[in-house]
Design a protein around this ligand. Structure first.
Ligand code: ADP
Ligand code: ZN
Length: 522
């Protein structure tokens, strides 16, 4: 069970199962926890609910959440309860029993989050009830409903300002759509005209150059990247503690000022590295993800990932430490098949419930899609967070040098059909064996040597098929099913390709360079 007193970062992982904040979330969460009135405008799907749910767990007392969407409230309450958080809802959809339960939890002072439909505010009983409870925060979802000119106007939203005044607590308002007039109206009606802390920044950090590369010789690649930026402050993120030490030593040998940083170090040693990094120009810190939360250095000129980051959220947060001063900054992330395999295994063997594992695989796929993108990376990155960038950015490696692509429809159809004809029950390894026509015991035992797809892929090597499967997962055509040991299941997007109604373009450079491995003869 979550308890007050844990850090926001700790709760983010332990209660919500997320590895990093999404853009904007961290600042909003901090402001809300600090007791400031806040107005946050975030795109749909950007992750607003976390911005009041997480503070609710940190604040002593009850957070009242007002939302017009009953189904959404019920969903959130269910998810919170599954995560061990005491949450309840008072809506017209409640059974008598549910309502009784909520009242009991309220009276016992157990409840952390109380979701309420705005209609409830019309009765004096609700106010009396909330007065008796120790309310710490009012959170208002879909705050634009307070605007009389918008088409979502909800008259009961006009009572929220009154409630805030009566309880004398801070209010956090959230919406996805708020032009300037609506914002002014929200401020006037919910905050009685006193300007709250406003969060309305787009997510884009246009001064940060984005680049990914497949791992060839990772150490060499990082050393080369650092050599071109000698004397600049930078961070290299690694997946393991041992690697931070080895890579920092290699950088020092190459004449850089470099030190390592990870969670296994004494607190005092970590503090020393942080202080040195803050103070010195041109220091490189080679670190695990433990490094960065407290770093507030405006002139970090580059961030490199020696291993694939954990998720797009983690990637964005980590590269976002570069170039806070607005001057050009560069980033460089390596990814390799071993990273991906390791990550899949970590997810599958973790203790998370199946839905969370599936979500984690999905997030990993999105990251791979970004790594192996065909078009502008920034457009893809921002799209993931719900923001649209109309034009290619001109400040990423793929804008600098558009990658070679090829019409991969035929190869993709072969792969999809191999999955379909084996009831979507196998991982990439076995499907590739079928495509290559490998005469193994496993293949024979299952009769897969008699499939029409057996041996139709001999024009490509094993490594090339692996590269192709990776891109297919990156494009979300195939998804590993955690409940069935990573068996690849087709998504809706795959069907029109399999049926021949749509064609698909993939990167040929990633397939061509995967030439190592045996070429199999038919
Ligand atoms: P909205 O802004 O539309 O209310 P939600 O709060 O429903 O968005 O969040 C949208 C999705 O983003 C949810 O599936 C949620 O689990 C996910 N999400 C939110 N924050 C994070 C995070 N820090 N890391 C990963 N996923 C997140
Ligand atoms: Zn671009």
């Amino acid at each position: 069970m979550a308890s007050a007193g844990q850090t926001p970062e700790g709760l983010l992982a332990s209660v919500f199962g997320f590895q990093a904040f999404r853009p904007g979330q961290e600042e909003i969460v901090r402001a809300v926890i600090a007791g400031r009135d806040t107005l946050a405008i975030m795109p749909t799907g950007g992750g607003k609910s976390l911005c009041f749910q997480l503070p609710a767990l940190c604040l002593p007392g009850l957070t009242v959440v007002i939302s017009p969407l009953i189904a959404l409230m019920r969903d959130q309450v269910r998810a919170l309860r599954e995560a061990g958080v005491e949450a309840g809802a008072l809506t017209s959809g409640n059974t008598e029993e549910e309502t009784e339960e909520v009242f009991a939890a309220l009276d016992a002072g157990r409840l952390k989050l109380l979701y309420m439909a705005p209609e409830r505010l019309a009765s004096g009983a609700a106010l009396a009830l909330l007065r008796r409870s120790k309310v710490a925060l009012i959170a208002v979802d879909e705050a634009h409903c307070v605007s009389q000119w918008g088409h979502d106007f909800r008259p009961d939203y006009l009572r929220i300002g009154e409630l805030k005044r009566a309880l004398g607590v801070p209010l956090a308002a959230f919406t996805a759509t708020a032009d300037e007039e609506t914002r002014a109206e929200i401020v006037a009606r919910l905050f009685e005209g006193r300007q709250p802390a406003e969060f309305l920044r787009g997510f884009d950090r246009p001064n940060i150059h984005l680049a990914f590369a497949p791992k060839d010789q990772p150490r060499r690649q990082i050393l080369d990247f650092a050599a071109q930026r000698k004397g600049q402050s930078g961070i290299v993120y690694c997946a393991s503690r041992a690697k931070t030490e080895a890579l920092a030593a290699a950088l020092r040998e190459a004449g850089h000022a470099a030190c390592h940083y990870h969670g296994g170090m004494e607190a005092e040693d970590r503090r020393l590295v942080e202080a040195r990094f803050q103070r010195e120009d041109g220091l490189i810190v080679v670190a695990t993800v433990a490094f960065g939360m407290g770093i507030d250095k405006p002139d970090i000129r580059w961030v490199a990932h020696a291993d694939l980051p954990k998720s797009i959220e983690a990637y964005y947060q980590e590269i976002g430490r570069a170039g806070r001063d607005g001057a050009p900054a560069e980033t460089f992330a390596l990814f390799g098949p071993d990273d991906i395999r390791l990550r899949r295994v970590q997810i599958d063997e973790g203790l998370a419930p199946p839905e969370r594992k599936a979500a984690d695989h999905g997030r990993l796929n999105a990251l791979l899609g970004l790594a192996e993108a065909i078009g502008c990376r920034r457009q893809q990155l921002l799209a993931y967070f719900g923001e649209t960038l109309a034009e290619p950015c001109g400040n990423c490696d793929l804008c600098d040098r558009p990658p070679e692509t090829f019409d991969a429809t035929e190869a993709v159809r072969k792969a999809l059909s191999a999955a379909l004809r084996t009831e979507e029950s196998y991982g990439a390894g076995h499907l590739i064996e079928i495509l290559l026509g490998q005469d193994t015991d496993k293949i024979r035992a299952r009769g897969h040597d008699r499939l029409p797809t057996f041996g139709v892929g001999c024009d490509m090597t094993r490594a090339q098929w692996q590269a192709l499967f990776r891109q297919m997962m990156g494009h979300d055509l195939l998804r590993p099913d955690a409940a069935r040991h990573g068996a690849l299941v087709m998504t809706r997007r795959a069907h029109p390709i399999l049926r021949g109604e749509e064609r698909i373009t993939l990167r040929s450079d990633l397939v061509k360079r995967a030439k190592s491995g045996p070429v199999v003869k038919a």
